[in-house]
Each structure stands twice: as C-alpha cells, then as structure tokens.
Ligand binder design. Structure first.
Ligand code: BYC
Length: 472
C-alpha cells in the first residue's frame, strides 16, 4: 500500500489507475500546473541539475531517493500516509464514530474551505521565493531552496487530489483557482496575508522557513487529526517533508548568527555591517517582522469558525489525541488576551471558541526553542545580546491587536510613539537595502557567502562542498 507507483504519468499510491475519471481530470490539471511552475516557479532554473530528494515510499523507513534531477522533470504526485484500520473520530460532536472515508455532506462547505486555504499557501510560497535562486549564498543553500520549492509543489498536488477526488465539479474549479490566484496580485491575491509578502532576500527565506513553515507544522498537525480520513492521511505525509523545511530555517538563521558572532569577536564590536556581516540588531528586526506576520496566520483569538471546525470533527488541536480531556470542550475554559483600557489582560473564555489562540500559543512555544538555541551560541561567545520573540500584541493585523499599536513588550502605545519607534523594531528600507547588498550569488563549488557560516554537514552523507547544483 505504501509503495509509490512511478510508472504512471502521475506517480501515486492511491491506485489512481483504477479510477479513470479521476485520473483523466488530474491529467488535465497537470499541464496547467507545469505551465504555472514554468511561469511562476523558481526563475531561470529549468536547466539546472539538482541533488533532490524524491519520495518513493510513505513509510517511516526508506521513503526517499536522492538523485540529480532537473526540476521540471521532478515527479510530482499523490502520496497518502498509511491507512489506520478502524480509525475513529477523536474529538467534537462525532467523537467515537468511524472516521469518514467520504465527505460528510453536511460539512462539505467547511471542509472544502479548509482544504482550499491550506492548498493556497503551497503555490504561494513558491511564488514568494521565485527570485531567490539568483542570489544564493552557496550551492548547498540553492539546493535547499529548490528542495523546499518542489515539495511545496507536491503539497499543492496533495490538496488538489482531495478536491478532485472528493468534491466533484466545484472541487475541480477550486483546483483551477489555485493556479489563478498569485502571491501579491492586486486583483487575485493569495488567501492569507503573510503569503502575499515577497521573500526577497535569504535572511527572509531562512526566517520564512523557520516561522512560516512552522505555521504549516501546526496547521497540518491540526488537520491530521481530522475525522475526514483522506485529509488526515495526506497531512501526515506532508508533515514529514515540512520538518526538513523548518530544519532549513533553523540551521539557516543559526549559521547567520554563527557568522555574526565570528565577526563580532574578530573585530570586537557589535557593529559588523562594515565587515560584511549581519548585526544581531538586524537579525532581531527580521525576527520581529516574520514572527508577527505569522501570528496572524492563526486567525482571531475568539473564532466561531474554529469552534465549528472542531465541533464538526474537521480540524482538531495540536496533538489532540495526547491531550487529557474530553475532546469536546463544551464546559472547558481557556485564557485569551483582551484589551482593557490601555492594557493587555488575560481573560477566561470558552475553550471551544479559543481554539485558534491555543494553537497560536503552541506555535509560540515551539518558536521559542530556536531562539533559545541561537541565544546559547551568543552566550557561549560571551556576547552581551539576547534575541527574543516580540510580544503577541506587536505588529498585528488580525484579531484584537489589529486595532491598537503595541511595542515589542506588549505595552499599548500611541500612533506617534509607534511612528517614532517602528524603525527600531522592523526592517526599514535602509535595512533592506543593506541586506540586499549582501545578496551576491556564490555558485562556486565549496564557497559560501561572507555573511553566513558554512553548513555543519552536507545532505545525505555528502560533503558540504559537494556540487549540489550543476548549471547547464
Ligand atoms: N489572512 O474566524 P477567524 C503552510 C479571515 S501554512 C487573511 O479567526 P478562522 C505553509 C478568516 O478567513 C498553513 N484572512 O478565521 C507554510 C475569516 O474570514 P471570513 C496553512 C484571515 O477561519 C509555508 C475571518 O478572517 N494552513 O502550510 O478560524 C509554506 C475571521 O477569522 C486571516 C491553514 O491555514 C489571515 N491571516 O482561521 C507553505 C489551515 N486569518 O470567514 C505552506 C487552514 C483569518 O470572515 N486554515 N482570516 O470570510 C484555517 O484553519 C483557517 O482558515 C485559519 C483562519 C486558521 C487560517
């Protein structure tokens, strides 16, 4: 069941050949996807040969194969995680009933909406990162970018499969729309705000894969709890790939910090821009920006949508089955932030209505882990500086904090104070120009740009200096 059939036009482990109608529909969508990849995927890369990982089996062992591949020849396909026999719905009003193998009719619209929102983020991220290949700091990093990009392409395939297989004509229409909306497009933008912000430099790319892909981890985990079994199985497999994206982010930012530390020590100053390094203050600004826009991706603190998704058994909490409660939450409470006068206070409310906030808090705690690891490097080097996550109230566009201005400590401040200080908190045009000035491509085998430390080890047992990308 887990082996993937690569002899088919669309590789899959869902016996696509047995369903001619579905196969034809997906084969009709495939050229549109390839066109989109050509027009809005990684710029100018179609002739490069890249050391890429391709899934060959969805089981925990031996699921990947590595080879030099040109990206347009990458075998995008449909891979579902293993089926758990007799799986039951784990939460909400249908708790204990058999998991659905078909779409529950009464929840069709909500389920489709969740799948469309999830699917929309995948091509969005590829579009956002489209130009980065031109300024890679090393061949190792260029390969990481392309690996992330092809896998996001496959995640789009995963959601498109669900739409085609389970939602009939409107599913097919939604699948077409996935390639019509574009990141940052004024008329047809991507659905969620953070997916309309271009990723123009590699510091942003590492922040994106650290913070924004981590939203993916939390949302996919919640969807993996779904009572709709095909969605759950799809997300379980996507999560195995998402882990690598966050590794790219964590090690990427870590290597920038490592290089900054070297330069600080070498020149005995925190002000290392003139030596071609990224100062810790600038790294902090990038953290403030990316973390705050990602907090918006969790929706409002109080959400009837989220309560409904939960009650219906469509979207659970992070690691739902490990939580020790009744998984229905009718009588449970949870603390969410509220604005009282000029202060942010915590107030108790129903747990069902605050599912989004709980997930945001789980996400925050997970984000903190990397910050702690980077700080350890700084402390070990005896440098007096501490990176941090800004307060949840800072720089928000969704939820209760959207209407106020708050500093990075969560103090509510006036518009004037905000305008005066914002330059110290998030990247200014000048900061961005500086970072862009460092983005000079380094494509020589074994070389790495001066603003980032080399990777500690290579991919799949290869040397860090291996020629991960060949240009011809
Ligand atoms: N931007 O009740 P609320 C990934 C809208 S990342 C724009 O709180 P809900 C990846 C909302 O739609 C994971 N609009 O909303 C990472 C609603 O609109 P309506 C992506 C927003 O539904 C890196 C209204 O505000 N997956 O995989 O509870 C690379 C009321 O809000 C936003 C998912 O997100 C926003 N940020 O929560 C590649 C999972 N936030 O009803 C890939 C699926 C809210 O008034 N999505 N709104 O028209 C969901 O679970 C939910 O849609 C959300 C929103 C958690 C996103």
């Amino acid at each position: 069941m887990t082996a993937i059939d690569y002899s088919q036009k669309i590789p899959n482990n869902v016996n696509l050949a047995d369903d001619r109608r579905l196969q034809r529909a997906l084969e009709a969508w495939q050229p549109a996807f390839l066109n989109w990849w050509d027009e809005l995927g990684p710029a100018g890369s179609s002739n490069y040969e890249i050391f890429l990982r391709t899934a060959i089996d969805v089981s925990a062992k031996g699921w990947a194969h590595f080879d030099m591949v040109k990206m347009p020849d990458y075998r995008w396909g449909i891979f579902l995680g293993d089926k758990e026999e007799n799986r039951k719905i784990g939460f909400g009003a249908h708790k204990g009933e058999d998991a659905w193998q078909e779409v529950p009719g009464e929840y069709r619209a909500e389920l489709r909406r969740l799948i469309v929102t999830q699917g929309d983020t995948e091509p969005a991220s590829v579009e956002q990162q489209r130009q980065l290949g031109r300024t890679c700091p090393s061949l190792y990093d260029l390969r990481s970018l392309f690996q992330v990009n092809v896998e996001e392409g496959r995640h789009l395939w995963a959601m498109v499969y669900l739409l085609h297989a389970y939602f009939g004509r409107d599913g097919r229409e939604e699948a077409e729309e996935m390639l019509m909306r574009h990141s940052g497009d004024e008329d047809k933008p991507r659905i969620l705000e953070a997916f309309n912000v271009p990723t123009t430099d590699w510091l942003s790319f590492f922040m994106f894969t650290y913070f924004q892909d981590r939203d993916g981890k939390f949302q996919l985990n919640s969807l993996a709890e779904s009572g709709f079994d095909p969605l759950s199985r799809t997300c379980n497999f996507m999560l195995t790939e998402e882990a690598h994206h966050m590794f790219v982010g964590e090690t990427g930012v870590g290597r920038v910090v490592e290089r900054s530390i070297q330069l600080i020590k070498e020149h005995d100053t925190l002000d290392i821009r003139k030596y071609g390094g990224i100062d810790l203050t600038t790294i902090q600004k990038w953290i403030n920006f990316h973390y705050s826009i990602c907090l918006d991706l969790f929706g409002q603190e109080k959400s009837t949508n989220a309560a409904n998704f939960y009650n219906m058994g469509l979207k659970g909490r992070y690691q739902e089955m490990k939580i020790d409660d009744d998984h229905q939450l009718d009588n449970d409470v949870y603390k969410i932030p509220e604005i009282s006068g000029n202060k942010v206070i915590m107030s108790e409310t129903g747990a069902l209505g605050s599912i989004n906030e709980r997930l945001r808090n789980d996400y925050r705690d997970d984000c903190q882990r990397g910050i702690d690891r980077w700080n350890k490097m700084i402390v070990n080097a005896e440098i007096d500086f501490k990176l941090r996550l800004p307060h949840s109230a800072f720089h928000r566009n969704i939820g209760i904090f959207a209407d106020i201005n708050a500093d990075i400590n969560g103090n509510i401040i006036s518009e004037e104070e905000w305008n005066e200080n914002i330059k110290n908190w998030i990247p200014t045009a000048e900061d961005r120009t500086f970072i862009e000035s460092l983005m000079v491509p380094v494509t020589e085998v074994g070389k790495v740009a001066g603003w980032i430390a080399p990777p500690a080890r290579g991919i799949q047992g290869k040397d860090p200096d291996f020629e991960y990308v060949k240009f011809h």
